[in-house]
Design a protein around this ligand. Structure first.
Ligand SMILES: Nc1nc2c(ncn2[C@@H]2O[C@H](COP(=O)(O)OP(=O)(O)O)[C@@H](O)[C@H]2O)c(=O)[nH]1
Ligand SMILES: [Mg+2]
Length: 225
């Protein structure tokens, strides 16, 4: 019985996620669902990304958080549109929440929408929210055992940013083991080793994102819309 209820919830969520995605695809907007633990560096990655790409891409951010708008305030300081969703303690965003705030964004002037999910390696991986792709941020301070312990969030992601490599000399993090484990869970994943503090390695991330945005635009052009 419990299993059936969960299946129904996910079913309904998937339908709403498809609606959200169709609406945004119609406008050629690439939507990224950004996942990772609290403190892994999701907002820091967004700050870097906005600073690097804001002159060439029109981007907006949806911030998912339990209670506060602290991350949204950080993004607003970067001068791009940002909408906050508070889940009131819920451990993940769902498609209905995202659908509910789309009206606050000027979709006619957008190339890229990034949604920072609630910090959690488990629940957010189970709910599509209308994205074209998921990306996961893992900080090396979390330990190299995390991919095997939380495989779904790595299995579902198209890219993973292995963040805080500036701290590598101060930890016993096994980079080779983490890389191997992530590749064993998801052989097609793009792995970017980076530091949001120094900026090292982030060119690969910007390039990945730019390619995805361009592909989405081309797909829309191909449909003659
Ligand atoms: N040393 C170091 N600290 C970082 C890096 N990226 C983020 N941080 C710090 O890690 C903390 C959490 O970052 P934040 O972006 O808020 O993580 P979030 O909870 O995943 O959004 C902050 O104090 C950041 O300054 C990094 O690459 N290196
Ligand atoms: Mg954050």
């Amino acid at each position: 019985m419990e299993i059936k209820v969960m299946a129904n919830i996910l079913d309904k969520n998937d339908r709403l996620a498809a609606e959200v995605n169709a609406l945004l695809s119609d406008r050629g907007i690439f939507v990224l669902n950004l996942l990772g633990s609290p403190g892994s560096g999701k907002t820091a990655l967004l700050e870097r990304t906005i600073a690097a790409l804001r002159d060439e891409l029109r981007l907006a951010v949806i911030e998912g958080d339990l209670f506060t708008d602290k991350d949204a305030a950080r993004i607003a300081r970067q001068g791009v549109p940002v909408v906050q969703i508070n889940t009131g303690g819920g451990c993940h965003l769902d498609a209905n929440m995202v659908k509910g705030v789309l009206g606050s964004l000027d979709l006619a002037r957008l190339d890229l929408l990034i949604i920072e999910n609630v910090g959690n390696l488990v629940c957010p991986a189970e709910f599509n929210i209308g994205e074209d792709a998921k990306a996961t941020v893992l900080s090396i301070t979390e330990g190299e055992d995390k991919p095997l312990k939380y495989p779904l969030v790595f299995k579902q992601a198209s890219a993973v940013v292995l963040n805080k490599i500036d701290l590598l000399p101060y930890t016993s993090f096994d980079l080779a083991a983490a890389t191997e484990d992530i590749a064993s869970i998801n052989p097609g994943i793009v792995l970017i080793t980076a530091s949001c503090r120094t900026g090292e390695g982030l060119e690969g991330w910007y390039g990945w994102l730019q390619d995805r945005v361009a592909a989405k635009k081309n797909a829309k052009g191909g449909k003659g819309q």
